[in-house]
Design a protein around this ligand. Structure first.
Ligand code: ATP
Ligand code: MG
Length: 466
């Protein structure tokens, strides 16, 4: 065990605690991650006594290179030393009131402090005092649970989850990140207490959703959220994707499971968290646009545009960044069917140029989503689609090399048009601008000033402007 405490800082902590005559432990996620072999530089330390006094002693011992921050209101302190962050706090006992996840806090023993931890695997502590240096305190069988890959609460899960319902999301998040199984009673309690999630702030909910989305296999978390009923409460639009309807013997696919398959596949290709959010939302407009047509079966016309519009409300509610990031996700959602549609119609140069122009620098991300979006169970069909997308990729490359339309700005802008024709800002200016842009994208004229100028003059004549 002692060999796990490799960081020389543990010796410093040990000496300081003994000087102060305080019991001192490293506790929580850091200890769990030792056993999971997930090295971390965030160390949580609990002392029986004042965490701030302990932190001041440690600062003295480490000298100038250490940065101390004290949070008097919370009775906690933080030390930053080289690349390590140590949180120091006094052992505490907590009691909760029904309307809030903020506990009433009193000083307590190590045992009290372990009791307030959310899961057995998060309640492990290692003693740092010289006389018991390296001793593991595992009152709830956390090590066995790590070995068996099980998540369970140390005490009655109904109390643990009802006290602080954020723990329900942490539970599902750990199951997703670590690929662990949620023990039965703990799982049942997620269902029983799901409504309690309503007292948790949206910021904390989204923090956990982000951690699920960033995991290697996000579907684990979303399936758990769905089955426990939590998804309907926090992301009703994604919950609504689930289910299959059949009319005249024709069924559509379950869009919820399709979405998760897309998200998992995409997660193997990219760590871009916003692209992952885009995958989660790519078909969010389907329930609202679903129709049954006697001749062609199920349709979801314009579900990409409806999805794009829904995102404004969703981002606002989730307090996700509504600037650049939202516009990126919206763009990917709007365009997600375009590359496949290109193949189905005809891959003309002009269609490729338009796609390049609209996607701009996000074209590669869009193609990653399109490829992940192919989830056909028919292997031959899936292969055919993938090959077609390869052709689109090649074509995109060729056209971009030739025409440079990816980030193109039309060579004549609105201001110049206004000056040339002595026009105030008006509809005609827009018409001319669009005509020039379309002519370039359609390959009628090259992307050059002189060609654009003659084209514009011709067009202006037709419009009676000159
Ligand atoms: P990660 O750092 O990967 O998010 P973690 O378990 O280390 O996971 P932290 O938020 O860093 O999570 O918290 C450190 C420790 O504090 C946890 O391991 C756990 O013992 C305890 N803890 C954190 N949040 C809660 C909570 N809501 N309820 C009970 N204990 C908690
Ligand atoms: Mg942590």
């Amino acid at each position: 065990m002692q060999s796990y405490l490799k960081n020389p800082l543990f010796k410093t902590l040990s000496t300081c605690a003994d000087e102060l005559g305080m019991e001192c432990y490293v506790i929580g996620g850091f200890v769990r991650d030792i056993f999971l072999k997930r090295p971390s530089n965030d160390i949580d330390v609990v002392v029986v006594g004042s965490g701030i006094t302990m932190a001041e002693q440690v600062k003295k011992a480490l000298g100038k290179q250490a940065n101390l921050a004290v949070f008097k209101n919370f009775g906690t302190a933080q030390i930053k030393y080289k690349d390590t962050e140590i949180e120091l706090v006094g052992a505490r006992r907590e009691s909760y009131t029904r309307g809030s996840r903020k506990p009433i806090v009193e000083d307590g023993t190590l045992q009290d402090d372990q009791n307030r931890r959310d899961f057995t695997i998060n309640a492990l502590a290692i003693c740092l005092n010289q006389d018991r240096y390296g001793a593991l305190l595992d009152p709830f069988g956390g090590i066995t649970d790590i070995e068996n890959k099980i998540i369970r609460t140390p005490l009655d899960p109904d109390i643990t989850f009802s006290d602080d319902p954020l723990r329900m999301l942490r539970c599902i998040r750990f199951a997703t990140q670590l690929h662990f199984h949620i023990e039965d009673k703990t799982y049942q309690s997620l269902i029983t207490n799901k409504e309690r999630i309503k007292i948790v702030s949206i910021e904390r909910i989204v923090e956990e959703l982000n951690k699920i989305i960033k995991s290697p296999k996000p579907s684990i978390g979303f399936i758990l959220l769905k089955k426990t009923g939590l998804l309907a409460l926090i992301l009703p639009e994604i919950d609504a994707l689930s289910g299959v309807e059949t009319i005249n013997g024709k069924s559509h696919k379950d869009v919820f499971y399709h979405t998760l398959e897309v998200l998992d596949k995409l997660a193997t290709k990219t760590d871009n968290v916003w692209l992952r959010w885009a995958a989660l939302f790519h078909d969010v407009g389907k329930p609202a646009t679903k129709r049954f047509d006697k001749k062609i079966g199920w349709t979801f016309h314009n579900h990409n545009y409806i999805g794009e519009r829904m995102l404004t409300h969703i981002f606002k509610r989730l307090k996700l960044p509504m600037g650049e990031q939202m516009r990126y996700v919206q763009k990917i959602v709007t365009l997600h069917m375009r590359p496949i549609a290109l193949v189905e119609e005809e891959i003309t140069d002009s269609a490729v140029r338009r796609l390049l122009f609209e996607a701009g620098d996000d074209i590669d991300d869009l193609m990653i989503l399109c490829e992940a979006d192919i989830t056909s169970k028919n292997e031959a069909k899936a292969q055919r689609h993938l090959q077609n997308l390869q052709i689109v990729r090649q074509k995109l490359k060729d056209i971009e090399q030739k025409d440079h339309v990816r980030n193109f700005q039309p060579p004549i802008d609105g201001k110049e048009i206004m000056e040339l024709f002595n026009l105030p800002p008006c509809a005609e200016v827009g018409t001319l601008k669009t005509a020039i842009k379309d002519a370039i994208l359609d390959g009628i004229i090259p992307n050059e000033y002189d060609a654009a100028y003659s084209f514009m003059m011709q067009k202006a004549k037709e419009m009676g402007l000159s």
